[in-house]
Each structure stands twice: as C-alpha cells, then as structure tokens.
Design a protein around this ligand. Sequence first.
Ligand code: FES
Ligand code: FES
Length: 214
Amino acid sequence: MSTELPESLVPPPSESLSAPSRRTFIAASTAVGGAVVAGGVLAGPAPLGATEAAAADGPPSSQVTVSVNGTRHTVTIDNRTSLLDLLREHLGLTGSKKGCNAGACGACTVLVDGRRVNSCLTLAVRLDGAQITTIEGLDRGGRLHPLQEAFVEQDAFQCGFCTPGQIMSGVACIQEGHTGSVEEIREWMSGNICRCGCYVKIVRAVEQAAAGGK
Ligand code: FES
Ligand code: FES
C-alpha cells in the first residue's frame, strides 16, 4: 500500500524557503547600510565647495568712517553690523539702549545728520561720512542739554531704560517744530515706548524745553 499523500493534501513549500523572513531582511539591510557608512568614512570628507570656502573666510566686511559726537572713527566691521551695535560694541557708547532690536520701541534712537533714526535698524556700512549724535554727545561744555534738565525737573522717567531714546527723539521733535500742542508732541513721540508709563511727564519735559526756546 502506497504511503504517499494525494497531491491536493501536500502542503505548499514553506515561506521561509521562498521569501526572505523579517529577520533575514533586517540583517541584510543592516549589512548594506553598514557598507555605505563604511564607504563614506573610508572615502573621507568631500573637498570644500566655493560656498563653504567663502564662509570659511568669514563674513564680508567693510571699512566705514563716521563722526560720532564730533569724534571721527574709522572701523572695519561685518557688513551686517547695525549702527546700534557699532556704537555699543565697537565704540563703547552704551547710552543708546537695545530694547526690541526690531524697530518697535525707540530705545535706540540717535540722530544721523540731524534726523532721528532707530539705530537698531540702520546698517552702519551705509553711513560712511555721516554725523551721528548720541545721548553721550548732548551735553554742552559739561552742562546737561536743556531737554535733559527738563527730564530731571519733570521727573520724566522711572527705570530710565527708555530715557536716552526719549530724549534723542525729543530733541529732534523740538528741532522739527512738532511741539505745537500736547497732542502733536504725543503723535511725534509715539515711536518711543515707555514701559514704565511716564508719558505725561515726558510730554511735559518736551513742552518745557520747547517753551524755553532751547
Ligand atoms: Fe531699536 Fe527697539 S531697540 S527700536
Ligand atoms: Fe522705564 Fe521708560 S522709564 S521704560
């Protein structure tokens, strides 16, 4: 009597014989990955391209000459340097404050050729030959500027962080003739924020200095 099973009852060949198992697939992948990594290590770093080589030389820089409070300075700076950083980091004039560093608070206000600017938004390399006035340059022969005196007399500050910017802006506001009324002063000083809320006294100080014809 034959012991062979009928063909319909013979099981199909095992999957493990016809297709890779999960274990053998992972093992094979790891081996291939390892070979790629090893190949990369063995090949060593690729040579620098033009861009990387330029970056390795450092950022582009320029020489700029400015007059700050009557003193001439020639400096070589990264082209991205703001006027505020030139003053604070390169020239040691830290009276101008970095509040927002984004043109929103006015703490960094200085005068460039007599006009007020937010120094944090002004590229220093564009100012070659400019006349810059900061809070350190306002005194007159050792005496406070009339608007500085008015700020003291009106007690127009609390923490004082915004004060240099407020005063520089106030000086320009007076020179521009925008002091006809409290509303006008408020409008033309509105770019200078005071987180201590000293606005009423700041406006009074500007009024006082403007009334003194100073
Ligand atoms: Fe320049 Fe705020 S620090 S506007
Ligand atoms: Fe403090 Fe103006 S006095 S922010």
